[in-house]
Design a binder for this molecule. Structure first.
Ligand SMILES: NC(=O)c1ccc[n+]([C@@H]2O[C@H](COP(=O)([O-])OP(=O)(O)OC[C@H]3O[C@@H](n4cnc5c(N)ncnc54)[C@H](O)[C@@H]3O)[C@@H](O)[C@H]2O)c1
Length: 358
């Protein structure tokens, strides 16, 4: 099996990301990263019947157990974290315990958060099974849960010990979830690498067909890109904020449509196109680049315009964004493909005029 290995360089907390088809079945490649004697696998009800046995088989020599949670965002709660703590206690895990997060971003964020809390921090290993988790959420150590007041409001920075990406698990991922993950792949090209963006344009058909080589290239590039940003700016004091390109608009649409109607990646696709159009409206970037971005996202089957856009309601939500300073809108925009930037003090009239065109 050919694998790609990428290092997330964080000094003593550095860790490897290993990418390969069939990795889950090759326990010799991942078991050594589990220093703990007690291992809890946390997964969800969709992933468990597909992949849990393979991970269990690789853990023969460890005391281990598995916790299977309901699938989806609704399970990313403090109550679910409580179930993980109970399962760790039942297993007899103390500071030598470790958690394997087997699933999408919901499981990764939740299990990582529980690992950050149990005995003030134990090891955890990411085994992402959605494209979004492979290229984004499993790398970088942002963990957390949702509360009634909002998404991801309670959390911790807690880096995994390792990330093992078995690209073969994508074969069972629903098509819409796969496309949502591609939105985040496009984002890396859009914010920081025009050559990779052009590569995506040239290889869109291969990616839509799940071509192994194209997938390995896209996932490898994305992980390398994110690992570099995280190594330079772990706590989002600067550059890491650029990864939120499209997210302020996207989060506002997600909330406005009601969570569940739009997948996160779909909302980000719409948000990126609006950020690109706003950049053109403000004369910061060519309008043709916004068209190129929309065209590429459409080829992946992603939406590029909202089904409705109530400017007052959306702006009210955008004003709540964490990135704003002193109540003025602060957005990630771009100078064109591959060149994102943080822009403070955005004129709301320009946002309204862009929203009026969709
Ligand atoms: N920590 C971060 O840096 C970061 C970054 C981006 C997103 N996130 C978070 O990630 C979450 C979204 O993650 P997601 O899109 O992976 O959603 P998800 O975890 O809900 O997974 C999507 C669906 O796919 C199913 N699934 C997973 N793997 C499968 C497979 N191989 N085959 C069949 N079905 C499979 C799941 O059961 C679920 O129903 C959000 O909570 C978001 O806040 C975190």
């Amino acid at each position: 099996m050919s694998t790609i290995e990428i290092d997330v360089a964080l000094g003593a907390r550095s860790y490897p990301i290993r990418i390969g088809a069939g990795l889950l079945d090759d326990a010799s490649s991942w078991r050594a990263s589990l220093r703990g004697r007690h291992v809890l696998i946390v997964t969800d009800e969709h992933v468990a019947p597909l992949y849990l046995d393979r991970v269990r088989a690789g853990l023969a020599s460890h005391a281990h157990d598995a916790l299977v949670l309901p699938a989806g965002e609704a399970a990313k709660t403090l109550a679910s974290a409580g179930h993980i703590f109970d399962a760790l206690a039942k297993l007899g895990a103390n500071r030598d315990g470790a958690i394997i997060a087997l699933g999408g971003g919901v499981i990764g964020d939740l299990a990582g958060f529980a690992a950050a809390c149990w005995m003030r921090g134990i090891d955890f290993v990411q085994m992402p099974t959605t494209l979004l988790a492979m290229v984004d959420s499993s790398v970088g150590g942002k963990t957390g849960v949702n509360i009634a007041a909002g998404k991801n409001l309670v959390g911790a920075f807690h880096q995994p010990r390792a990330v093992f990406i078995d690209t073969a698990t994508l074969a069972t991922l629903p098509k819409r979830e796969y496309a949502a993950g591609l939105a985040e792949v496009v984002k890396y090209g859009a914010i920081g690498d025009a050559d990779f963006f052009a590569w995506l344009e040239a290889n869109a058909d291969a990616l839509n067909a799940h071509d192994d080589d194209a997938l390995a290239e896209a996932i490898g590039f994305s992980c390398r890109y994110k690992a570099g940003v995280v190594a330079r700016d772990e706590r989002e004091q600067g550059e890491r904020a650029l990864l939120n390109f499209g997210h302020t608009f996207g989060h506002a649409f997600e909330a406005e449509c009601g969570y569940g109607e739009l997948l996160h990646g779909e909302a980000v696709a719409i948000g990126m196109v609006l950020a690109a159009k706003l950049s053109a409206e403000l004369n910061r970037a060519p309008a043709a680049d916004a068209e190129r971005l929309a065209h590429l996202l459409s080829r992946f089957g992603l939406p590029v315009a909202p089904s409705r856009a109530d400017a007052d309601a959306l702006l009210a939500r955008m004003r709540l964004d964490k990135k704003n300073v002193s109540g003025r809108l602060r957005l990630i925009l771009w100078r064109g493909i591959g060149r994102a930037e943080i822009v403070p003090e955005i004129d709301e009239a320009a946002v309204r005029s862009v929203l009026a065109t969709v």
